[in-house]
Design a protein. Structure first.
Length: 304
């Protein structure tokens, strides 16, 4: 479990730079999503074929993995548009409501039901998120297309997390990621072509940003997060991903000269504290198990 948590932390760090890159608005939202998946596909596909790392799953798992990729690609495209058409803070807050949708979905469809600590931690983490972006931002939402896209992004994200959790119980991470990113790239490529988006003519900086998105924000990040999802509860992973908001705020302060206030610091504290609560129950259960084991040993020594 320690390896899974480390993988999750590193993965969160990798995806935290994504809103900053999208906020530069160097390409359209859909094209940005396409190249993110296409670049990741161009790296992982030759790797798995050359080194024989790909394992063809059953027909059912293959179709679900393809569906997962299409859903995730749509999520990234929708989120990109939400960021570019409104603000990064509004889009980030709305898409990071996904733990609520994940919790509801897990309650109805997964064997591992959300625990009481999950709901408590989620409420505290979302309160921290609202505090982080500011109550005024939350109260002054514009209920327009960008708002709807932000909410839709969170829902798609939740569907992806729940579906991928079931798939990763059956197949390995590398095979799943290969199928997922390739199907994402193909579906986003078709959508980009149908809407008449331009695939070329970008600046050198835009190509560099697209490269970072594909290699770091997608390939590296989601290999690590998928590994964590395979070995942890989907609900815990989804709440932990809220931590990217804190890192994104720090990166915006470092590179975009955005201010950090005391309220934002408090919001980050509550957000991380809420995430910590979702992990508390299992640690408590382990402590009880250790105590019971010690008690059992004591009882054995007392027997005549």
């Amino acid at each position: 479990m320690t390896k899974a948590r480390v993988a999750l932390i590193v993965g969160i760090i990798c995806i935290s730079i994504f809103p900053i890159l999208v906020k530069l608005h160097l390409t359209s939202g859909v094209i940005s999503a396409f190249y993110r998946m296409a670049i990741a596909s161009a790296v992982i596909l030759p790797y798995v074929l050359i080194f024989n790392k790909f394992r063809l799953p059953s027909k059912r798992m293959l179709l679900l993995s393809i569906l997962c990729g299409i859903i995730f690609g749509a999520d990234v495209a929708v989120w990109n548009i939400a960021i570019q058409e409104s603000t990064a803070t509004q889009a980030t807050l709305l898409t990071n409501l996904s733990p609520v949708w994940v919790g509801i979905g897990a309650f109805f469809f997964l064997k591992d039901k959300p625990t009481q600590n999950f709901w408590i931690g989620t409420v505290i983490a979302i309160f921290g998120m609202v505090l982080l972006v500011g109550f005024s931002t939350f109260l002054n939402f514009n209920f327009n297309v960008a708002f709807c896209f932000g909410v839709l992004s969170g829902m798609l994200y939740a569907v992806y997390m729940l579906t991928s959790k079931n798939i990763l119980n059956e197949i390995d991470v590398t095979s799943f990621m290969t199928i997922s990113v390739v199907s994402s790239a193909i579906s986003l490529g078709l959508i980009s072509y149908l809407i008449g988006a331009s695939f070329t003519g970008f600046s050198d900086l835009a190509w560099f940003v697209l490269l970072i998105q594909g290699l770091v924000c997608q390939l590296l990040a989601w290999l690590l997060i998928s590994y964590a999802t395979k070995n942890m509860r989907a609900t815990r992973v989804s709440v932990s991903l809220l931590g990217q908001a804190v890192l994104a705020t720090l990166l915006a302060w470092l590179f975009l000269d955005e201010k950090i206030t005391l309220q934002m610091i408090l919001g980050g504290f509550f957000l991380l504290f809420g995430i910590r609560i979702t992990f508390y129950q299992k640690q408590l259960s382990l402590k009880k198990l250790v105590l019971k084991r010690k008690q059992y040993k004591v009882n054995l020594t007392l027997k005549p």
